[in-house]
Design a binder for this molecule. Sequence first.
Ligand SMILES: [Zn+2]
Ligand SMILES: [Zn+2]
Length: 314
Amino acid sequence: MADVSDSPCTSGTMQESIHIRMLRGPWRAPVLHPERVFKPAALITHLGGVARGTQLQQFGVSRTTLSREVAAGRIDRLRSGVFAVPGLSEDLRSAAAHGGQLTCTSLLRQHGIWVLPQATEPHVWMGTKGREHSHPDCVCVSHFYRGKAEMGSVSIERALVHLYRCQGDEAFFASFESAWKLRLLSAAGRSRIRASLPKYARWLVDLARADADSGLESLLRRRLHILGIALNCQVRITAVGRVDFLIGNRLILEIDGKGNHEGVAMRHKDLVRDAAASHLGYETLRFDYAQVIHDWPTVQAAIIGALRRLRDYA
Ligand SMILES: [Zn+2]
Ligand SMILES: [Zn+2]
């Protein structure tokens, strides 16, 4: 009959790797057998996919065990004293090898949050005084922002604050609205982000909404707000349908996102909507991604021209 005192403990998420010897007699704390407590790969996964050797040693994983696991290919050594599980994303591996935490645009993209199109180098938070480590193929963008960086990635909240510092108002605003729309920001989280921004930038959080359908819409709304033009979003008009934006009560703005309005059938549908809107006294302006991003002066002039025309003929 098996001695139950040698049976592995089977509770918790790392059940198969936890080994506890229960002592007989009056209750005493379980004695942990360090070498058999946690399988290093499972422990590193639990810690976010990357961890320092000193951190792992606190869980009873010895240097010898780490070397053996690296040799067996069950874990990777990213640099001296830093270990990762195989299959970790390239950005996370680069951030750890570089000496910091993945943040800013790189972290937000990993969560599916809309980020202004741009280069895709890993953005790495080094803390106030972190030390950059050289590693193969390093193209990292280091952020020496306040605080102490650890391993792995930062929270979405911190990444958004870093994004504001790195890329400014517009990129922050679009990603903030995208994260909110994806239900990745709580009310408390939004308040903490607001408090972390410089006072002159907090209006961005106040202007943001939970229902922006695309980053382009966010950009457009913020830019028009600066011109003193308020937009109504996702307005339903009888006989036309739901439009992206309505300025005042007669100017419709439609923003065609990437790939959303391709094809003859969709084009026809848009033309039918525009005709119905015109019949009801609306004017429709349509812009695409490239225009809003790369030719804003033309978009702005068209909107102001249309508003003037509508006012003159009111
Ligand atoms: Zn690097
Ligand atoms: Zn950045």
